[in-house]
Design a protein around this ligand. Sequence first.
Ligand code: GAP
Length: 442
Amino acid sequence: MSDVSVPNDVTLMEKVVNLSKRRGFVFPSAEIYGGFRSTYDYGPIGVQLLRNVKDAWWRSMVQMRDDVVGLDAAILSPPAIWEASGHLKNFTDPLVDCRQCRERFREDQLEDLTICPGCGGKDTFTEARNFNLMFKTHAGPVESDAAVAYLRPETAQGMFINFSNVLQSSRKKPPFGIAQIGKSFRNEITPGNFVFRTREFEQMELEFFVPPEEALQWYEYWCVTRYQWYIDLGIPESKLRMRPHDADELSHYSSGTSDVEFLFPWGWGELEGIANRGDYDLTQHATHSGEKLDYFDQATNSRYVPHVIEPAAGATRTMMAFLLAAYDEEEVRGETRTVLRLHPRLAPYKVAVLPLSKKDDLMPMAREVLGLLQPHLMCDFDETQAIGRRYRRQDELGTPFCVTIDFDSLEDQSVTIRERDTMEQVRVPVADLLAHLLPRLV
Ligand code: GAP
């Protein structure tokens, strides 16, 4: 990204939010009904980008390893899980109400505990009350206490409660991991900053089970590995940092946590936490369920409760970071060109097939080229507007390559490939098209 041309950070945020709406990345939810604050819908381009973020994570965490397996656990879950995990008791924010204006605030986010930021009232706050962030509902037709269920606030617990199932069915042994991608729900008091903090979001979590004496070494391994994942997918080092938690930030069971942070327009914000959780989770579930959640090591003839290293990332938040990092503007022939310099693996469309004119003569060949590429690559097909405008649109979607079919193509069976970042064009025979594109898109 060219530093000179990047808009300053306040406008960067506005520009990315506007682009997201205009080009179909992210829409505010329930907009035609006045909106539903804190949830978002992912449009035709956004769904593709989000899917590519999740696929890139799955590829590196599951596909490319032989020590991690996948899982897709239920979202709706009984209170027993959250009792054991500690969420029923501890997953809370302290809230205060202003007696004067009736607004509600998180006590830990107030600058001055004696002044209400809503109405300016002095000493108008109630005592703080703990507010649980889990969404509660009822499973079945009766709204009784016995029917209470929760929407999971994290994907992690699904992996702990399936530890034995996975261990036995996959024949893995520690060190090994269970990975999961899926929706989580938190009744956040202060959602905001676009999709950074929402009440419905997606997580990508790994629970990596290790012999206790290897925990520190694996914690360090995952800190390095996860940081590198963001760099490899195009986040510049100047916008990414690893921040170890101070002792007073650690949960009581964690002997170490580090956050991968991105420099958002308002400052550093967490993309992912990597935590050394000890044997807390398996022990809690074993105690509450009465099931053994441990591992018998035949080599040493001993039984132990594995320790857990947990890299826990947000998919939707990470997608936003990739968008912000990729956004660029540059001057081209007196005009501003907006371009998303997304890593090709993340780009929603890999190729746009563009017949130079809408005239009937070019359509059969353009459709043929599309048919050749579609089984291998996500493609867009656009026959409207002048070619320059169509290139600009694809630049804004982050499409790495445009393939143009012109009248010469009918004669020489070749097409023009235009590259997004350099705007350079090369002529390539249709027969060589896939071989030219594929290596440049990994
Ligand atoms: N199992 C551990 C766990 O859930 P977390 O730090 O609460 O840890 C992990 O969540 C990641 O999930 C965060 O780093 C963030 O990227 C994402 N996340 C958490 N709450 C979120 C929210 N309200 N909106 C969007 N993403 C969120």
